[in-house]
Unconditional design. Sequence first.
Length: 432
Amino acid sequence: MQVSLETTEGLERRLSIAVDAQTIDEEIKQAVRDIAKRERMPGFRPGKVPASVIQKRYGAAIEADVKDKAMQRHFYEAVIQEKITPAGAPTLEVGEVKDGQFHFSATFEVFPEVELNDFAALEIEKVSAEVADGDVDNMVETLRKQRVNWVEAADGALEEGDRATFDFVGKIDGEEFEGGKAEGFSLEIGSGRMIPGFEDGLKSHKAGEQFTIKVTFPEDYHAENLKGKEAEFDITLTKVEKAELPEVTADFIKQFGIESGELADLKAELQKNMERELKQKLRSDIKEQVLDKLLEANDITVPSALVKNEVEQLRKQAMERFGGQVDPKNLPNLPDELFEEQAQRRVKVGLLLGEVIKVNELKADDEKVQEHLKEIASAYEQPEQVIEYYNNNKEMKENLSNVVLEEQAVDLILDKAKVTEVTKAFDEIMNN
């Protein structure tokens, strides 16, 4: 086998390979003989179909298949010989048969050479926070609002936090426009669901009133024909409801799985869950920050084949999210452009973290893997079953080990970077 390697452009390489043409011819003849032994044709006994008949009927397909397999085989032999690591499947092109040699080429991409810049130049803000008693009290209030009762106020004027039910007709220059009309529309005042000025125009009115409000559609409104336009809405307010929060009784508390019905037990459970969520959010935020800084400091060219594979993975995940709610026949055709930027980032991060792991000879710490697993399991009613399931599932445990290995790489970068400690409130972290 004769091999020559050339760099075409960027990360693209082309191998020109020549192998003994007689060997290929023998493989084609053997393939014909093998098929002749198995083929059944009218007028011939089983296994007695002449090779010439097989050659005439299937010759072109057999030759193409044998050559394709031979090219694949010799390509991998060539990359081993040349000590190359392809970053994706090659594009194979059949050449000519010359001087007893079968010539073909293989075009493919290689992984970039990654040289990491000094982590000491990275500036990272490390945030810490705690769950205070007031945060737990706020969460109790949030739970009350989730169980709110709406009580109709026959004579009450509409205020912030109330719920309005109304009919409306929208007009621009006196003409109704598409999508600007509804009956029995329900809206909680202060939710921000409508365009600016709409909710304010409803306030102070009572059920049974008819009135007109004037608003202006934002310049960035999604409907092209309404952007920046002034409009009038004729309103018929049919119902005003006031929010009535439930009392924190034993029955209320039991709705959240606290069998004792004690407020102290509810708060203890909330505190535990909030601390777990806070820890996860802080870890996620600083990891994202480290990766952003790593990308800024290390600009690399990535193989298009890897980006394409990542685009397909992201598209598949998006389709799966659609799939549970939409008939597969009606699923949209999601273009590559939707995922291109995210795919590029994922590939770059993967290559950079891979280099961090390789250079520093990092391996997943089994103790940290088990700690991470316990954190995951703590969100379930029967954590011991979750732990056992992961530990007995090779693929899932390997995925978990990879996550921990990435976190170890992030921790290593943090140890060497310029880190500024900052303390923030729970709400500021969780609402960011």
